[in-house]
Design a protein. Structure first.
Length: 228
């Protein structure tokens, strides 16, 4: 499974474009008065403007080369600052064999650099920039109907890693370990790791393998379709 494109929704389009394109340095592929799209390594990310009455909050993990984690940490700390937990600004996930660090974008979305030590390739450089980002490694699906969403995803062979049992009040990592990409399926009101923000049911469109589209509406209902 590869996350080839995600469509997120934002309130202040201009501020978000400036952050992602100018401050972070993602390549801007398209920009209008209603949306903009950036290249995220092999993936794409589109931000579309919506009214402020629509609630939303996202977690996006970016796969980076396994040998550039500390360079990426320094790079992020200098530009945006890192989130901390119990005095630490990084974490090692044993079940993913990965190092991660976190930071916010202007609308409080949680961005993560993740260096999967067994999956992500190395790059022959000692420097980090957004050009070294490989692809989108994680994106959240927040819904209070976890069991129904998990059943739908299972129909398309998107299953929990390590055969994790689905629990209605827990966060689940779905997708093959070897592919280095996960859908994070979890309920609202759950506190995000390294953050004081709680998960919010948010509209989102996720494209898998250039062909499968997952859409979550404002009520957290998941629908899945094939691209034509």
């Amino acid at each position: 499974m590869k996350i080839t494109k995600v469509q997120l929704f934002v309130h202040d389009l201009q501020k978000m474009q400036k952050f992602y394109s100018d401050q972070l340095g993602f390549a801007l592929l398209e920009s209008t008065g209603d949306y903009f799209t950036i290249a995220v390594g092999e993936s794409k990310m589109t931000f579309e403007k919506v009214p402020t009455a629509i609630q939303k909050q996202y977690h996006i993990a970016l796969n980076i080369p396994r040998n550039l984690f500390y360079q990426a940490k320094i790079w992020a700390k200098e530009r945006v600052g890192l989130l901390t937990s119990e005095g630490q600004d990084e974490v090692y996930f044993d079940f993913l064999k990965a190092y991660s660090c976190y930071f916010y974008d202007p609308e409080g979305n949680i961005l993560e650099f993740i260096a999967r030590q067994e999956v992500n390739p190395e790059q022959d450089t000692a420097y980090f920039s957004m050009e070294q980002v490989l692809q989108i490694g994680e994106i959240n699906v927040t819904t209070d109907d976890i069991l129904a969403a998990a059943r739908k995803l299972n129909e398309y062979a998107i299953k929990p890693i390590n055969d994790q049992k689905i629990q209605p009040d827990a966060l689940h990592f779905l997708g093959n370990y070897e592919d280095g990409a996960n859908i994070l399926l979890g309920p609202s009101e759950r506190l995000w790791y390294f953050s004081d923000k709680k998960a919010v049911i948010s509209p989102i469109c996720i494209e898998i393998n250039d062909m499968l589209q997952l859409f979550v509406d404002e009520k957290g209902q998941l629908t899945i379709s094939q691209k034509r």
